[in-house]
Design a protein around this ligand. Sequence first.
Ligand code: PBG
Length: 302
Amino acid sequence: MRETSVTPSQLIYPLFVVPGQGVRREIETLPGCFHLSADEAAREARDAEQLGLAGVILFGLPEGKDEQGSQGLSEGGVVPTAVRAIRAACRDLLVVTDVCLCEYTSHGHCGVLRGDEVLNDPTLELLARMAVAHARAGAHVVAPSDMMDGRVGAIRRALDADGHGEVALLSYAAKYASAFYGPFRAAADSAPQVGDRRGYQMDPANAREALREVRLDVDEGADIVMVKPALPYLDVVRAVREVVDVPVAAYNVSGEYAMVKAAAERGWIDEERIVKELLLSIRRAGANVIITYHAKDFARWA
Ligand code: PBG
């Protein structure tokens, strides 16, 4: 009579890839997660595949940053290099890449800056080039997380023009300006140097706006739409599930993970039961797929 279930095949595991070889450094703000060079990322991905996870999503920490985030556009960059290594090592694992400039720009914003303003339209071309570089390396799915207007359409057109009609687009469609990204920004070294992301990410008070953002992305060609963060926005996950007919993803973000880990380390909570209950709640709200740092632990317990 159980209405809802969580299986490893519904989970996507985030990986943080760095330059070099043989690098495997634990991330202070995300205990149990690592900065990985491409060879180590491939090992981690093989583990994920053996555990029956749906896939991995890659975030890159480049060698150097500049105003335009140019290292993010290069086919020899950290993410394309890791994609090639993972594709060579795994057969069934879905390889998703995060498409955003904030990890590659010196100012840490998700778009091109003029003065202290983030420019929407000039950013689209750069995002499209990044997505094409990931697709050429073998990414199955590209996931724009920047929240610029019109990026789904721009990326779809660029992928198709470059012969990647089969590459799917997972859009971070309803992404809130959230304090729950704190541990990620430390892990990805992507905190904005000045200002914040409230100009392009959504106001936590708004649920109707999420539906508008989601519909726009579906119209522009998104194959999967995501709500992020997950736990404080389960009502939004449910509402989105009810208005679209594409798969819905939810991102169980770094702050949600870090809180569980910190309390578990102190022996204040039963980590396994808590994680199972949290993931179940996200599925019950209507998410078809969950991105979560707990994925490997969950698969071992399941
Ligand atoms: C990049 C990006 C962020 C996250 C995923 N992609 C950070 C942000 O928007 O500041 C957050 C993921 C997490 O907290 O786990 N734009």
